[in-house]
Design a protein around this ligand. Structure first.
Ligand SMILES: [Zn+2]
Length: 362
């Protein structure tokens, strides 16, 4: 594998006021004809800020069909070609951002991302996760072309359900616990050091700002902690992969997520929420109980799930073994925690965590 540095998007804005002049903003980027793909689910949060009419550029609008599939990619590609656009603008959640990247990279045009939820760093990361029309995972694809601009408007993001932001926080927190496994012990080049520091910044700011940021959502009043954590979820998290590449990759927390998604009981939970539980299992496997305490204190503050019962499961649940099998497959990121982790070790770590939480509750 070749180590590569991909710093990220060409410009990033975390401010209010840009959306009102979006058409002039696009023209200033040298764009004249754009296709705007809008996720109807997030439109309510952005609608009142967008220009009533696009005058500076010619804009065609279409609704995202809800899935980042090859079929939806083909439909948008045809639309982009038909209107001869020079850029595509995505307004919505992670799947909208992903399908935009798929199309823009396929026909080699610019793209601008306007996220309406902060659940992942999809607006920044140069890769797309592709699903079937029925929502089954197919694969992920990496790209060379990055966004011309990502526009994060706190007024928009604060309107989304808090569960998205919380999932974004735990998915981003995992960057530190998973990514630092390899980087901690190796001699880091300057670029790897940037990746390492980016992980550390994710961790530091989440620990410092999470509680107040959540307060901002509950009271619908933007504060500096909320603005900081938007940077962390989109830009800093995106920079982890950009500079650390595969040295900062996923490990135990995402492996736990990958296994759990095979159980119908957890269907209702967001990616980042399951990864958040995975952090605890990974730390139990590493026997880092002081870190478990620190993460539990954070989850307690944020009212986040931390045990199997919170996910409609228990340690005696028969199908849990199926999920653990997936966590321990040969190619699973679980083996970055340490080589050849066994089914039994993972089961024991989950059991220990349950017992530990029981003890604490007494
Ligand atoms: Zn993730």
């Amino acid at each position: 594998m070749e180590y590569k540095v991909r710093p990220g998007v060409q410009s990033y804005f975390n401010e209010t006021g840009l959306l009102e002049k979006l058409d002039q903003f696009l023209l200033d980027l040298g764009l004249e004809r754009v296709l705007c793909v809008i996720d109807p689910g997030g439109f309510y949060s952005v609608e009142s800020y967008l220009p009533k009419r696009f005058e500076a550029v010619e804009a065609t609008f279409t609704e995202f069909n809800g899935e980042c599939s090859f079929e939806e990619g083909d439909r948008l590609t045809e639309l982009a070609k038909e209107h001869n656009v020079d850029a595509i603008v995505g307004i919505g959640g992670g799947k909208t951002m992903d399908v935009i990247k798929l199309v823009a990279n396929k026909i080699d045009i610019d793209f601008v991302q306007i996220p309406t939820i902060a659940a992942t760093c999809a607006a920044w990361a140069p890769l797309s996760v592709v699903y079937t029309e029925d929502g089954e995972y197919i694969d992920f694809y990496e790209f060379t072309r990055c966004a011309r601009a990502v526009i994060v408007d706190p007024r928009v993001l604060i309107k989304a359900d808090a569960k998205f932001f919380l999932a974004g926080l735990t998915d981003t927190l995992a960057k530190w616990y998973e990514g630092s496994i390899q980087l901690e012990s190796m001699e880091r080049t300057p670029n790897l050091e940037l990746g390492y520091q980016a992980m550390k910044i994710c961790y530091d700011f989440i620990m410092k700002d999470a509680k107040e940021a959540l307060e901002a959502i509950y009271t619908q009043r933007i504060n500096q902690s909320f603005v900081n954590l938007l940077d962390v979820i989109f830009a800093t998290a995106g920079s982890v992969g950009g500079y650390a590449d595969y040295y900062g990759r996923q490990a135990g927390a995402h492996a736990v997520h990958n296994g759990l998604t095979h159980l119908p009981e957890v269907k209702e939970f967001l990616h980042g929420t399951l990864v958040g539980y995975g952090i605890l299992v990974q730390l139990a496997l590493e026997e880092k109980w002081a870190d478990v305490d620190e993460v539990l204190a954070l989850y307690n503050d944020l009212d986040l799930p931390c045990r199997l019962a919170d996910f409609n499961l228990s340690i005696d649940y028969p199908d849990l073994n199926k999920a653990i099998e997936v966590m321990c497959l040969d190619h699973s990121p679980m083996h970055f925690v340490r080589d050849n982790i066994t089914h039994e070790e993972v089961f024991n770590a989950m059991k220990q965590l349950e017992d530990y939480l029981d003890q604490k509750a007494k």
